[in-house]
Design a protein around this ligand. Sequence first.
Ligand code: SF4
Length: 309
Amino acid sequence: MSSSRKIYLAYPRGFCAGVRRSLETVEKALAVHGAPVYVLHEIVHNDFVVESLKKRGVIFVESLDEVPPKSPLIFSAHGVPLSVEEEACQKNLRVIDATCPLVKKIHRKASELEKKDYKIVLIGHRRHPEIKGTSGRLKTAPSVIENIQEAKAFHEYPSDIRQIACLSQTTLNVEETKDIIDELKKNYPNLTESDGICYATLNRQNAVKKLLEYCDTVIISGSPKSSNSTRLKELAEKAGRKAFLAGRASSLKAEDFADSISIGISAGASAPECLLEESIAFLRSIGWDCEPEEVRAAEENTVFPLPEI
Ligand code: SF4
């Protein structure tokens, strides 16, 4: 590690193709239908993005009862249960589905497996909208496993069951998910691994791992509500680095960086680049006037077409 102070930027970082698509969907819906446009749940888990959209006439709701008939209603990138789609249709709402195509792929896969009589195990966070959405695509509620302890204690089916499959939330930690699957396989040797962690999550985690080769301290721009941003911070912490999750740079404190020599910065898939620039500006304001150097872990060129608006 160099003795002179350095700032490194991870690449890929920030918005993934699914988040970009959902935000462009909101922009286009505002242009086509005019304000207000309704969005079920936060479009992405980032307060800065959500507050900016509110100012432009986007109304975020938690229930379809809050949406007047015939209004445009956008489903967020995380996806929704089938019952929500049906309710929106009954209420005569103009549904615009911004569910990420990679989440949709998991919905399809889960339904296919269920039709083939597989028992489904979902690895992810029970309260996360993505897990609620995927669970709500199935006729029988799947088993949800959040962590290794739950995997160890999972004995819901006989061990010799032949048709059992697991899928995972798209934004989990790669190694932890592998450990959970390995643990499940100890009791269920026939467990089939299906879709899960997406390319963007994998790339952002690999980019932070690359930062760790150079940095003693890591700043992740992203909201504590954001699963993928939180995983990036945890990844740095588990490697023994000082790590901070910055919803806004105003949460950072000069004294936390007094002993740092080399700081790595990245952003979760729901965090806009301007928030990362805030963190760089903060470091400059406390004397880190070096030019940031980019550390590249992968190239990204995924673009998803917009839904019908
Ligand atoms: S993190 Fe992955 S699954 Fe989620 S919106 Fe982005 S690309 Fe889609």
